[in-house]
Write a protein that binds this ligand. Structure first.
Ligand code: PLP
Length: 242
C-alpha cells in the first residue's frame, strides 16, 4: 500500500542541500548556523550538576516554573513587560516546535496566514497542514524590508495570522520602530494574531536596537491587558530564543 504525504511538494530543506554540498566540496558552510566553538564550560558544569542533583523528571507541561520566572524577569528587564510566568509564558523544545504548535492551535481550514519571503522554511508547511492558505509577501533585495502597502492589500477578513521575523532569516533585515507602528496600525481593531519569531533577538549589529513585539514602547499594540478578556482585538504571540 502506498502512503501519500500530506505535503507532497515539500522536498529536502535548503539547509540539507547546502550542507551536503559544502561537505562534498570542502567549502565554507554559511548556510547553517554551526557554531565553530565548543559549549561554555560553565554551562556544561551546570548541566552536569543539575543531572547529578536529581533533575531527571518530567517538567510541568508549560515548562519548569523557575525557568518561566527567569524568562519573565528577563523580558521585564529588557522591555518593561509584565508577563505572568504561570499564565503567559510557555517553554517549548525549540522555536520550530513552538511555531508548529501555535499555528496548529489557532489556524483553521480556509484561514489565510501572511508570511514574508524568503522565510524560515518551517512556516509554510505548518500553515498548509492545517488546510489554510499561505499568503507570501516578497521581501526585496537589497534591504529585504516589508512593503506595508502590500500587506494592507493582502489583509482581509480571512487573515488569521501574520508571522513576522526580526532579525530576519535569511535576509538579515531588522524591523524598525516604524515597521512595528505600521503593524500596529494594520492589526488594530482586528482579530489577527501576530506570531513574532525573534530567535535572533541578540544577534544585532551596527548599534541598532532590536524591536521586540513585546517592547514597552509599542505597548499600545498590545491592548490585551486593557481590553476585557472576551474581546481581545489583537493577540500577540512572541517566540524567544531558548
Ligand atoms: C527564523 C528562525 N526561527 C526559528 C528557528 C528554529 O529554531 P529552533 O532551532 O529553536 O527550532 C530558526 C533556525 O534556523 C530560524 O532561523
Amino acid at each position: 500500500m502506498q502512503h501519500i504525504s500530506k505535503l507532497p511538494n515539500v522536498g529536502t530543506t535548503i539547509f540539507s542541500i547546502m550542507s551536503a554540498l559544502a561537505n562534498q566540496h570542502n567549502a565554507l558552510n554559511l548556510s547553517q548556523g554551526f557554531p565553530n566553538f565548543s559549549s561554555d564550560k560553565k554551562l556544561m558544569d551546570l548541566v552536569n550538576k543539575a543531572m547529578h542533583s536529581g533533575y531527571n523528571q518530567y517538567a510541568p507541561m508549560p515548562g519548569n516554573t523557575e525557568l518561566r520566572e527567569r524568562i519573565a524577569n528577563k523580558y521585564d528587564l529588557l522591555y518593561s513587560t509584565s508577563y505572568h510566568p504561570e499564565t503567559e509564558i510557555t517553554v517549548t523544545a525549540g522555536a520550530t516546535q513552538a511555531i508548529f504548535t501555535i499555528i496548529s492551535a489557532f489556524v483553521k481550514q480556509e484561514d489565510e496566514v501572511i508570511i514574508f519571503k524568503p522565510a524560515y522554511d518551517c512556516y509554510q508547511p505548518a500553515i498548509e497542514l492545517q488546510g489554510a492558505k499561505t499568503i507570501s509577501i516578497p521581501l526585496d533585495a537589497p534591504n529585504y524590508g516589508v512593503d506595508w502597502n502590500i500587506v494592507k492589500e493582502k489583509t482581509n477578513p480571512k487573515t488569521k495570522m501574520i508571522i513576522i521575523n526580526t532579525p530576519q532569516n535569511p535576509g538579515g533585515s531588522i524591523f524598525s520602530e516604524a515597521d512595528m507602528l505600521k503593524l500596529q496600525e494594520l492589526t488594530k481593531d482586528t482579530n489577527i494574531i501576530v506570531l513574532s519569531d525573534e530567535v535572533y533577538e541578540h544577534i544585532i549589529f551596527d548599534g541598532e536596537k532590536h524591536q521586540s513585539a513585546c517592547a514597552a514602547d509599542i505597548d499600545i499594540i498590545m491592548p490585551k491587558k486593557k481590553a476585557p478578556e472576551h474581546k481581545i482585538p489583537f493577540t500577540l504571540i512572541n517566540l524567544y530564543p531558548n
